[in-house]
Write a protein that binds this ligand. Structure first.
Ligand code: DP6
Length: 406
């Protein structure tokens, strides 16, 4: 039997605490500013991708969450595959005919998220990080994850940060060819083991303006944006790296919230204006500030991307009070069981019945009482997760393709 040339990997989602918004080169996806993110655990949010190369395939094909997509329709996808192939071709040249000519064979790609696409969570970051990691494993590329982040970047900007675990900076770079625009780990996840995140999936009817289109309009029309790029982000990148190095949660949280707020402010300053947060998003932000006031320190930080979902960072010891408050103020949808609404992966509550009832800390209980309850289902589910590692190479048994490569 002929050998099968295949690799399967999984890759994580990342959520920025200093936002990437704006490109100086839309084809190479070179950003106007550096950004910094936290990689989330693949136990709760990840994309798995299998790639196989074969001289018998008629052409490149891709299946995404069970449905075939037209590979030729996406220039970004074609660019990412072509860039990885180029690195393989260089390797084959070096080997002088001693290597299998994988770079000349078509590939079949199958990709699946372990979270519902309908949740409105960004999947392009984990998706492109998984694709590029799978191709790198298949092609046995010698490049580091940081070097390979340049390849993920041409698929989707934020994807370059999903090539590494822990706390990750994407350096904007200055080179016109993008050679210095890559992601680098600022700290490993073990550096700050108490750091955790809650993803609050918020109900939304509206179709949001895509990040790609939105950020281009911002670059062209917002006067605030120019100031953000010139002075605000460089100072915040330095302060954020310091906060992480010193495990200073209050500083981390304040910068995170301010940067999310400024990102949404430049969206409103875009002409015509873009608004991603809805009433529920704003209520969550208000509640986080009230929670911090109630506990007398900055114990939680919200951040929002190009949609209404909230991500809240907090340290492990504060999570129980925070989840109780959120679950009280944002009751689960009528058709959702408590364990589907908040699966409690870390066993914060002995029984799911306690979620949404008594709040442990008196100050937080008083706050819950004073805030009252928003309409059931305003928040559809709460995903509780930790900081995670970078892409993982999985075993052949985890393949998403069948024996025929379909
Ligand atoms: C708001 O990476 O989705 O999530 O590069 O055009 O694919 P493209 O955009 P994308 O933008 C993400 C923007 C953001 C902020 C962030 O992740 O830094």
């Amino acid at each position: 039997m002929a050998p099968v040339y295949e690799a399967t990997v999984s890759a994580p989602v990342n959520i920025a605490v200093i936002k990437y918004w704006g490109k100086r080169d839309p084809t190479l996806i070179l950003p106007t500013n550096s950004s910094l993110s936290v990689t989330l655990s693949q136990d709760h949010l990840s994309t798995r991708t299998t790639v196989r190369a074969s001289p018998d395939f008629g052409g490149d094909r891709l299946w995404l969450n069970g449905a075939e997509e037209d590979v030729g329709a996406s220039r970004r996808l074609a660019n990412a595959i072509a860039t990885a192939r180029g690195l393989r071709a260089a390797l084959e040249d070096q080997a002088g005919g001693g290597a299998v000519p994988l770079s000349q064979w078509p590939v079949h790609v199958c990709s699946e998220n372990n979270f519902p696409t309908a949740a409105g969570l960004a999947s392009s970051a984990s998706g492109y990080a998984a694709l590029v990691s799978a191709l790198a494993a298949l092609y046995e590329l010698p490049q580091s994850a940081s070097e390979l982040s340049r390849v993920a970047r041409v698929g989707s900007g934020s994807a370059c940060r999903s090539m590494l675990g822990g706390f990750v900076a994407w350096h904007a770079g200055v080179a016109a060819d993008g050679s210095d625009s890559l992601a680098e780990q600022v700290a490993a996840r073990q550096h700050w083991p108490e750091m955790q995140a809650l993803v609050l999936v918020v109900s939304d009817q509206k179709k949001a303006v895509s990040s790609t289109a939105g950020m281009q309009t911002t670059v062209e029309t917002s006067a605030l944006f120019a100031e953000r790029v010139r002075t605000v982000v460089p100072a915040r990148m330095a302060a954020m790296q310091r906060a992480i190095a010193e495990r200073d949660f209050a500083a981390f949280a304040e910068i995170t919230m301010k940067d999310s707020n400024q990102f949404h402010a430049v969206c409103l300053d875009t002409y015509p204006p873009i608004s991603y947060m809805n009433d529920t998003s704003r209520a969550i932000a208000g509640l986080v500030h009230a929670f911090n006031a109630a506990v007398g320190r900055v114990a939680a930080a919200y951040t929002y991307d190009a949609g209404p979902n909230a991500v809240i960072y907090a340290l492990e010891p504060d999570m129980r009070a925070l989840v109780e408050l959120l679950a009280y103020c944002f009751p689960r949808p009528a058709d959702t069981a408590p364990e589907a609404f908040y699966p409690d992966p870390f066993g914060l509550f002995e029984s799911p019945a306690s979620v949404g009832h008594a709040v442990a800390l008196p100050a937080v209980a008083a706050l819950a009482e004073a805030t009252g309850r928003f309409p059931a289902g305003s928040v559809r589910r709460i995903i509780h997760t930790t900081v995670g590692d970078g892409p993982r190479v999985l075993s052949p048994a985890q393949s998403l393709l069948d024996s025929a490569g379909l």
